[in-house]
Design a protein around this ligand. Sequence first.
Ligand SMILES: [Fe+2]
Length: 268
Amino acid sequence: MSESSAPSIASEVARAVAGLDVEPLREAYWEQGEFVHLERWLPPPLVARMVAEVERVRPGVNRSFIPRHKKGGSVGSWALAEQAPTILALYRAPALLTLLARLTGRALHPCPASDPHACALYFYTEPGDHIGFHFDTSYYRGARYTVLVGLIERSSSRLVCQLHTRDPARPPRELRLATEPGTVVIFNGDRLRHAITPLGAGEERVSLSLEYVTDSTMSPVKRFVSNMKDAIAYFGFRNVFGGRRRARAAQRLTPARRPARYTSRLSQ
Ligand SMILES: [Fe+2]
């Protein structure tokens, strides 16, 4: 599939969004402490195209192991920009951005092309693959929101979501979700504590993470810290600091509000 198919992906997403009753969703999002999930929401043909792209990028998976925190594989934005046009089109779909704005009450933007987490695939393929409890902390000046999309789910792993942990006025609540193909989870990264429980033998789980921010600028110090974390915990040093590939991908992954500082750095 070529990038010229992006408009048809955008139309498919627009149809899926049009089928939602957004107001009850918005109420649930806020009642649950800025978290909501849509079970098997994305249409199966769209999911099938993304799963085909999972197989295309699978040879480039970078595996990492951080004792007591995470074990698993990742493929970052730059590889997806080259090989996964459906995933890229979903990430930038105007109807999805509009839905997110209606749920969160804020204008959200895709992350800069220099961020390997902007959209990324996470592979849980070996026994014990997992990620411990964490927040999707923002290194940007703006708030960070995460959209998780289930693509392959043949596992006993669960996405464990702890609601209201940062709201002393609300009793904590825990949900354990199977991210089935097409299931979408939307949350404010600084509000939802979450984890993926360890994979069992002979199981597999692959999910897509889409990251959006209210302000996509970042201080140079935080950019460095973010890059180091990404290199060690997710994508490997060669991918994170490989300027040439980053620059190539930037031509394809151009968010609406890429700040000037990224434009000049990426064009070097
Ligand atoms: Fe996370």
